[in-house]
Design a protein around this ligand. Structure first.
Ligand code: NI
Length: 265
């Protein structure tokens, strides 16, 4: 059974480019959402990718045997290739073409599973702050919750127009270089005009590589499962030298596991 890709209105496309984000109520069917949830929970339960540094704690120091604050898997579809066959991925591709043109492609995915009754927010950040500063990006992060999300369970929030900013200053969360996750530490950033996007399971928010975003703590009694599909135009060399010192400063356990794993091969 197929679930047709949403056809964006001219206004939605314009809003994406003006505000830096849009929210959609349905990118796939409820049936497919339950199928994906099963795969998703299994990947976390089996801790796939942990040894390679693909599964780690985004929000804590990630020591062995310590409960992760914010478990994340990079490239879950590498561990469960059936995900890529889902209508969701085809629809993500169709939507990103409507936003950025026919050259745009789905490039990867990740999963962030915020535990139930957890007090940790995902702090304000721009996705590009995590990436290679030598490249110029035009990309979209498609954030899909696998259950309904509200402000209380940690839905996405955005600063309209922040997509027009340059990359602002970031640091590892709490200033702890053992933590993979980043947070904005630029005192000029004003988050008082944030827009929260509560959406149903299988809906999506779409935001650009520079759009400032945040997700609150999960105060619900269920895990807040989010699958994020990355898409965009091919990156180009950045036209000037630039550095992201917050990434050079990082000393994460994930990085060490990734290095140890690549030494073995
Ligand atoms: Ni992000």
């Amino acid at each position: 059974m197929t679930f047709p890709a949403p056809v964006l209105t001219t206004q939605q496309v314009a809003r994406y480019h003006i505000d830096g984000f849009i929210a959609l109520d349905a990118l796939t069917s409820p049936q497919e959402v339950s199928q994906i949830r099963e795969i998703y929970d299994d990947l976390f339960a089996r801790q796939v990718g942990r040894e390679k540094g693909d599964q780690f704690d985004l929000g804590g120091s990630d020591e062995e045997g310590v409960k992760a604050k914010l478990p994340q898997i990079l490239n879950p579809s590498r561990y469960a290739p059936e995900l890529k066959q889902m209508q969701l991925y085809a629809n993500a591709q169709a939507v990103v073409e409507q936003l950025l043109g026919p050259q745009a492609k789905v490039t990867g995915d990740h999963a962030i599973n915020k535990p139930a009754l957890d007090g940790a927010p995902t702090p304000w950040h721009q996705d590009e702050a995590y990436w290679d500063p030598s490249q110029l990006y035009e990309s979209v992060s498609i954030w899909i919750p696998l259950q309904d999300v509200t402000v209380a369970s940690g839905c996405m929030q955005f600063i309209p127009g922040s997509n027009k900013l340059d990359i602002v200053e970031h640091q590892s969360i709490g200033g702890d270089v053992r933590v993979h996750g980043l947070e904005v530490c630029d005192p000029m950033v004003d988050t008082s005009h944030a827009v929260a996007c509560p959406i149903p399971a299988g809906g999506a928010t779409l935001h650009g590589n520079r759009t400032l975003h945040y997700a609150g703590p999960n105060r619900s009694d269920q895990p807040r499962r989010a699958l994020i599909i990355m898409a965009g135009l091919p990156s180009k060399p950045y036209p000037a030298p630039r550095r992201f010192p917050w990434n050079e400063a990082k000393r994460t356990a994930r990085e060490q596991r990734a290095m140890a794993a690549s030494d073995k091969t």
